[in-house]
Design a binder for this molecule. Structure first.
Ligand code: ADP
Length: 373
């Protein structure tokens, strides 16, 4: 029988630990792997100076208490036999990391965690003969190869967390209803906070599930008049628009395209909903226009809201990514990821042009032959 592989995860993120544990269990190597997590300087040093041997030490590059080269250097000195892996939040830093004793660099996202799980699996299977020093392509390969597994993981995690979350929400309701007197004023405040956060978690999970389903279902295509879609969404937001004195202007007639109607309703709803949510102090004007460019239609939704910084513009289509100015607005950061998935399901692209402070234009394309509709 092989001895268990011990992995030390130096990460302040509880979710990384949860995801890694789930992945290790799914790879069916869980029994052969023991994962310890160190989320603080104290826990890190306790682990490092303990009797426990670690075959792999994984260091997250975003630690509040030290920079990662410092942590790696401490590990290399005290645990010279351990394989050191870095979870990196910036792109492609492997050369500098490798020169500092890191054997493998993985992106700090689910694809990276999946690739890391595979490495642990290989070690657990005692395939120690393969060259760890050659793992330099891990970053690219991980991004490419893990898309499908990422989808499965997203589904499994969001699905499996529904039950315990609903149970927690039910218990919170019971506390609210049956223990009101015992809780007192400050207890009630804590409970409110708890309920708010459970509700938010539920919202995030629901959107994750929706995203995951979109990954696996094929669009049900039919000819859809985008004028009707826009009318429907405008009607949905009519009360809000009237209240804030905002307007939606159709700059020209929109095309009829063969798409999944429900999915593109969601796209319009998200994009127009965001234009309303991220409005500035100026009266809100939203303009919608369509243009045929070669073999595709492009539809643009322009607003005069708070805009998006150049740095944020590259990130906001990712799962749970929110712009730096978004903290004061409600939301989960999943809306644009869902839009991107829908547009990609139809062979198109979505992007944004924006100038911070003066507004944004979100544009999506739908490839379509002239006579398709
Ligand atoms: P959410 O709206 O829940 O934050 P989204 O995925 O819909 O999530 O949007 C991601 C981020 O993109 C937002 O948090 C915000 O920073 C930025 N964003 C999206 N639409 C707009 C817009 N019309 N104007 C300014 N910022 C926007």
């Amino acid at each position: 029988m092989n001895a268990a592989i011990h992995v030390l995860l130096v990460s302040a993120s509880v979710s990384d630990e949860t995801v890694l544990t789930t992945l290790l269990a799914r790879e069916q190597i869980g029994e052969g792997v023991k994962l310890s997590a160190a989320a603080s300087a104290q826990a890190f040093y306790d682990a490092l100076y303990s009797e426990q041997s670690y075959e792999i030490i994984v260091v997250d590059d975003r630690q509040a208490w030290s920079d990662w080269p410092g942590i790696i250097a401490t590990c290399a000195k005290n645990r010279p036999d351990a394989l050191l892996a870095l979870l990196s939040s910036v792109e492609q830093p492997q050369e500098s990391a490798l020169s500092q004793g890191v054997a493998a660099v993985y992106p700090r996202n689910s694809a990276g965690l999946i690739a890391l799980t595979k490495l642990v699996g290989k070690l657990a299977a005692q395939e120690r003969g393969f060259s760890l020093r050659q793992e330099t392509d891990a970053f690219d390969e991980a991004e490419e190869a893990a898309e499908e597994e990422r989808g499965k993981l997203v589904y499994a995690v969001s699905h499996d967390l529904q039950d315990p979350l609903q149970l927690a929400r039910r218990y919170a309701d019971v506390l609210n209803e049956d223990f009101e007197d015992a809780l007192g004023e400050s207890g009630a405040k804590v409970l409110d906070h708890l309920k708010f956060n459970l509700g938010r978690t539920q919202e995030m999970l629901d959107e994750l599930l929706e995203y995951s389903r979109l990954q696996h279902s094929r669009p049900e295509k039919e000819p859809v008049d985008f004028n009707d879609l826009l009318d429907e969404v405008t009607a949905l937001y009519k009360i809000t628009l009237d209240e804030i004195g905002g307007s939606i202007i159709r700059q020209q007639s929109l095309p009829t395209l063969v798409v999944d109607r429900r999915q593109f309703l969601r796209v319009f709803q998200n994009l127009i909903g965001n234009a309303i949510k991220f409005r500035s102090d100026r009266p809100l004007h939203i303009a919608v226009r369509a243009q045929r460019v070669r073999n595709e239609w492009r539809i643009g939704i322009k607003d005069n809201g708070i805009g998006i910084s150049e740095e944020d513009a590259g990130q906001i289509f990712g799962m749970f990514e929110r712009g730096s100015a978004a903290a004061d607005y409600p939301g989960t950061g999943m809306g644009l990821a869902i839009c991107k998935r829908i547009v990609q399901n139809h062979g198109g692209k979505i992007w944004v042009r924006s100038s911070f402070g003066s507004g944004s234009v979100f544009i999506f394309s739908v490839p379509q032959a002239d006579d398709a509709a």
